[in-house]
Design a protein around this ligand. Structure first.
Ligand SMILES: [Zn+2]
Length: 360
C-alpha cells in the first residue's frame, strides 16, 4: 500500500485540505478585521451607534465623552444662553440617541456669547477695515469690536499628576512621547509649575476677555488628565484663532534665566500653521520682553512637541521664566509680576489678532 505522507492516502489528503481551508479562513478573517470600519462590506451596523448626550457638559468634558464613543466634535458657533455657563454645550447634531457612525463628527453649539463664531460677520469687520481706518488701540470700544469674533484657547501647562503613558508626537507618527510631563518646581518657592501656569493663565483669560476675545481654557483645575495631543484637540475643536500654551522653564543650572517663546518648526504636520504661528511667536515674545524687561531668549522652532504637531490652528508656547532660577521663581509667584506677564502676553496676542488679516 502507500504511506501516510502520500497524496494517494485519503487521510493525508483530508488533513492537507483541512489545514489549507483553515489557513484561508483565518487569513480572510484577519484581513477583514483589519479593514477600516468605513469600508467593511458587512457589519456596518456595528459602527452605527447612538449619539451620546453632550448637552449640558463643558466643551472639554464633551470632547472626552465623544472620544470615548469613537466620535469627534466640532464647535459650530456660540449662542447666548441663560441656562448654561459659558463654553457649555447647548445644542448638538445629531441629537442624543440619534444614529451616528463611529468616526463621524457631532456638531455642537456652545453657550456664552453674542457673536456667531462662523457667521463671518464678526471676522468681516476687521477684514474690510483698511490700514487707515483701523481704530487706534486707545479706543477700546472700537478695537474690542474687531476682536469679538476671535477665539483663543489657553493651555495652562501640566496638571497635578503627570501621565507618563505615551502618545504619538503627531498624527500617524511612530515616535512617541509622554502624554503629559510633570513640569518643573520653584527652587525657592517649592511651588510646582502647574500651579503657576494656571494662576497666570487665569489672569491672561481676563486680559483677553476685556478685549472681547472668546477664551476657552483647557483646564481650570489641577485635577485633570488631558494629554498634550488632547490639549491641541481642544484648540482644533473650537477652531481657535490662536492656541496659547503657558509654561515656566527649568534647568539644572540655577543661573539660567529669561523668557522664550516656542513655535512649531516647519514639518509635515505644521506646514499649514507654521507661518502664522511664527508670526504670533515674534509678536508675543517682543511684547512680553517689552512689558517685563527680563532677559530675551528669543523664539525657538520645535519639531518634537506633540501639542504643536497635533494642532491644526496656529500655536505658540511661552516659557515665562525659569522656576529653577531663584529670582525668577520669586517673580513668577508674585501676583504683580503675574499680572505683568499676563498683560504682556495678552497685548501681544491682541496685536497679533488685530493685524492678522494683512499677513494672510
Ligand atoms: Zn512646562
Amino acid at each position: 500500500m502507500f504511506g501516510l505522507f502520500s497524496f494517494k492516502n485519503p487521510r493525508f489528503r483530508f488533513i492537507i485540505i483541512a489545514v489549507s481551508l483553515t489557513f484561508v479562513a483565518c487569513t480572510a478573517l484577519i484581513g477583514y478585521v483589519a479593514l477600516p470600519a468605513q469600508i467593511k462590506p458587512f457589519g456596518i451596523k456595528n459602527d452605527v451607534i447612538k449619539a451620546p448626550t453632550l448637552i449640558g457638559y463643558g466643551v472639554i468634558k464633551a470632547s472626552e465623552i465623544a472620544r470615548a464613543s469613537g466620535l469627534r466634535i466640532e464647535v459650530d458657533r456660540w449662542v447666548s444662553s441663560k441656562d448654561y455657563p459659558i463654553n457649555h454645550v447647548v445644542g448638538q447634531k445629531p441629537l442624543p440617541n440619534q444614529k451616528i457612525r463611529k468616526g463621524d463628527k457631532v456638531i455642537i453649539e456652545l453657550s456664552g456669547g453674542n457673536t456667531h463664531r462662523d457667521s463671518g460677520e464678526a471676522r468681516g469687520q476687521s477684514t474690510v477695515t483698511s490700514e487707515d481706518q483701523r481704530p487706534l488701540q486707545s479706543l477700546p470700544d472700537q478695537s474690542s469690536k474687531s476682536l469679538s469674533g476671535r477665539v483663543v484657547v489657553i493651555d495652562p501647562g501640566h496638571q497635578r499628576r503627570a501621565n507618563l503613558k505615551r502618545e504619538p508626537i503627531g498624527p500617524g507618527a511612530t515616535e512617541t512621547k509622554e502624554k503629559i510631563q510633570g513640569g518643573t518646581t520653584g527652587i525657592k518657592s517649592k511651588r510646582p509649575e502647574y500651579q503657576v501656569t494656571l494662576e497666570i493663565s487665569k489672569r491672561l483669560k481676563s486680559v483677553l476677555e476685556s478685549h472681547g476675545i472668546k477664551v476657552v481654557m483647557v483646564r481650570e483645575t489641577h485635577d485633570v488628565n488631558i494629554s498634550n495631543a488632547e490639549r491641541a484637540e481642544v484648540a482644533n475643536i473650537v477652531n481657535a484663532d490662536l492656541f496659547i500654551r503657558i509654561h515656566a522653564d527649568g534647568a539644572l543650572d540655577p543661573q539660567k534665566n529669561g523668557i522664550s517663546t516656542l513655535y512649531p518648526a516647519l514639518n509635515k504636520w505644521t506646514a499649514p500653521i507654521y507661518k502664522e504661528s511664527l508670526r504670533a511667536a515674534r509678536i508675543v515674545q517682543k511684547s512680553v520682553i517689552e512689558t517685563i524687561g527680563r532677559k530675551d531668549n528669543g523664539i525657538i522652532g520645535r519639531n518634537d512637541i506633540s501639542g504643536f504637531n497635533w494642532s491644526k490652528v496656529p500655536v505658540i508656547l511661552v516659557e515665562m521664566g525659569f522656576l529653577t532660577n531663584p529670582e525668577e521663581d520669586l517673580l513668577l509667584n508674585d501676583t504683580k509680576h503675574q499680572d505683568l506677564l499676563a498683560s504682556g502676553i495678552g497685548d501681544g496676542i491682541v496685536e497679533h489678532l488685530r493685524t492678522i488679516e494683512e499677513s494672510r
